[in-house]
Design a protein around this ligand. Structure first.
Ligand code: RIB
Length: 637
């Protein structure tokens, strides 16, 4: 600061200021003199001659400016003070309270004191243009990095939002709310990114940005609607308001609601339950700021260098648990057929009057319903089966396969009077099989059995149906699903016709090319047939096209997806693998595009193995393809 700056602040000429400083002010009014002296005092202005005369240009003092008395600011302050002391420097603290005027005034005062450098912590306002004093900014968003006359040390609150959301999503939470302050848009952006990467859309109603009072009065009530299982809070303070409100409602943390704070605080260890939080490495950041400042002061580095990439870490404590009753996603109930598959490998499929030899015949558990249940169970879905087996060896083997894949078998009945269903499957070398079915016990899966186990549908998210059981049973199950708000996924097979009334309650209709041609005959294209199905009331049509992939049409999307690139050995279970994986992804809250990608890879893997149930991939196996699945979903339509 020089004499011109003081003159400008006072609204007088530099010579007037000079006269006052040198006691040659007899011609200057009392008011002007008073005003100039006040400004000189306020800014603690030291005339240049005095600075020169002091003969001590290095003061070994650093100025530190904070704008808010937050926990991070305090922690950074302690670290900076300790690191500076270790290098022989003392620290002067200035709290600007986020006010531009204060920032400017303190800045000038520090300059006038001849301090050696300034560290500013998360100022919301821009620093004034630099004079000669070296300075370092600590920023909580790196977008603002890159001021030429200042070194920047950056961490990202966006990463805190991302880390908190990612942590909860990994634990299986899907309905996560946010209680944030008005200036926490960065945390919200990180939260949204974590959802986006998983191809899940969060509900806007679960996000609340406001003042503490708004959060207390409306935010909490609004965010806790509709089955939210976890909340990300701006900081410990908001977290504690939430704890209090949850206690008033009789809800417990973490049993009913899990809580994560996007900013850590030492008191998070002291409350009950101890609050899980995102830890910002303040020690590392504070020390990096002091090091950077020293490098500039000592002329070792230019001023404008920028350091970023401080990893924010989750401090796991006691406020998070996996959501109750959740494996990963919502409950899936399968109502369908169960067969013992007799798989016959042949050189080709025999035609009329022809006999072919087979060198390989195996019996394996199958049936579209059981296959879908096993597929979804292997992918860690929460799956319940309603179906009918004969009380025979085949029935027991199929039952074991379900249990071994984690499927709940509460709704499976052993019929004393009829054998287990059977499927005779010819598998030629190209893997494209043909099937002959004997319904057996599946024929006896009727309304009364569905009624008996209808409570399994009570809190279900999806019901998988196939038409290898009586149409009347399917119709009855669909009605139950609609009453209980359960989404219906239906695979038509071995039928030439379906009642029109069935279509309007189907959420996902998944025929293959032959099936759709049978159901919607006539000289129309695949796209036109899908349109007809949508007109009939189906919400989403997915036509599986074998090695050509599949076609999706709904109100928002119309898109062809290629098949995943796998070599076919046996394609018998591809559609079942596809549907089970689709249901698991949807039940976990993923968008349909992602669910199709997930399903495409599950189906692809299944065709590389023999049989149907043994060919179903498990979660770990499918996770090996996660990057490919993500890339597949991101491809342009
Ligand atoms: O989708 C394949 C299944 O169709 C086989 O497992 C067979 O049992 C038939 O239901």
């Amino acid at each position: 600061m020089n004499i011109k700056d003081i003159a400008k602040l006072c609204g007088v000429s530099p010579s007037t200021v000079s006269k006052i400083l040198h006691n040659k002010d007899s011609d200057i009014s009392v008011e002007t003199r008073k005003k100039v002296l006040e400004i000189i005092k306020e800014y603690q202005y030291v005339p240049y001659s005095k600075v020169i005369n002091s003969a001590a240009p290095k003061t070994n003092i650093l100025g530190v400016m904070i704008s808010q008395n937050t926990y991070e600011a305090q922690e950074l302050l302690y670290t900076i003070e300790a690191a500076a002391a270790g290098k022989g420097y003392s620290v002067i603290l200035c709290n600007t309270e986020g006010e531009k005027d204060k920032l400017l005034r303190y800045y000038r005062i520090l300059e006038n004191k001849g301090i050696d450098g300034i560290i500013s912590i998360c100022q919301e306002t821009e620093l004034p243009e630099s004079g000669k004093v070296p300075r370092v900014r600590i920023l909580d968003r790196s977008m603002e990095c890159g001021n030429n006359d200042t070194a920047d040390i950056c961490f990202e609150m966006r990463e805190a939002g991302y880390a908190a959301a990612n942590y909860l999503l990994e634990k299986g939470h899907r309905k996560i709310a946010c209680l944030l302050r008005e200036n926490d848009a960065d945390i919200q952006a990180g939260f949204l990114l974590a959802y986006k990467e998983r191809f899940i859309s969060p509900d806007k109603g679960w996000m609340f940005l406001g003042t503490d009072e708004d959060i207390r009065n409306m935010g909490i009530a609004r965010c806790l609607g509709e089955g939210v299982t976890a909340v990300i809070c701006a900081d410990l303070e908001i977290g504690m308001i939430l704890y209090e409100k949850l206690r008033e409602r009789g809800d417990t943390v973490p049993n009913k609601i899990s809580v994560v704070s996007a900013r850590d605080h030492r008191l998070a260890e002291k409350i009950y339950p101890r609050m899980t939080a995102v830890g910002i490495p303040t020690k590392e950041i504070g020390e990096a700021a002091v090091d950077a400042l020293m490098e500039i002061i000592e002329g070792r580095k230019p001023a404008y260098e920028c350091k970023r990439g401080f990893g924010l870490k989750i401090q796991e404590r006691g406020s998070v648990r996996k959501p109750a009753n959740h494996v990963q996603g919502g409950k899936i109930v399968v109502v369908g057929s169960m067969n013992m598959d007799c798989m016959i490998s042949t050189s080709h499929i025999p035609t009329g009057g022809e006999t072919v030899r087979s060198g390989n015949i195996v019996s394996l558990p199958g049936g579209k319903g059981a296959n879908q249940a096993v597929g979804a169970g292997r992918l860690e879905g929460l799956v319940y089966m309603i179906g009918r087996l004969g009380n025979d060896g085949d029935g027991k083997e199929i039952y074991n396969s379900l249990v071994n894949s984690g499927v709940h078998t509460d709704g499976v009945v052993f019929d004393e009077n009829i054998p287990t269903g059977k499927a005779y499957i010819n598998v030629p070398p190209d893997g494209e099989s043909t099937i002959v079915i004997y319904g057996g016990a599946n024929e006896k899966l009727d309304r009364s059995q569905v009624r008996q186990y209808a409570q399994l549908l009570d809190d279900a998210a999806y019901c998988l149906l196939t038409l290898e059981i009586a149409e009347e049973t399917v119709e009855y199950t669909i009605q139950k699903c609609k009453m209980k708000n359960v989404k219906v996924i239906l695979k038509p097979s071995s039928v030439e016709k379906m009642k029109d009334s069935l279509f309007q309650n189907i959420d996902y209709f998944i025929p293959n090319e032959k099936e759709v041609k049978q159901l919607i005959p006539g000289n129309t294209t695949i796209e036109e047939k899908a349109d007809i199905l949508l007109e009939k009331g189906v919400k989403n049509v997915i036509i599986t096209l074998g090695h050509k992939g599949c076609y999706l049409k709904n109100a928002e999307h119309e898109r062809y997806f290629p098949a995943a690139d796998f070599y076919p050995l046996d394609t018998t279970g591809a559609a079942d693998a596809f549907i089970s994986a689709l249901a698991v992804a949807l039940s976990e809250g993923h968008e349909v595009i992602y669910a199709v990608g997930f399903a495409t890879f599950a189906a692809g893997i299944s065709i590389t193995r023999q049989g149907v149930q043994p060919a179903m991939v498990d979660r770990k196996g499918l996770a090996l393809y996660q990057e490919e699945i993500n890339a597949f979903c991101r491809r342009e339509a």
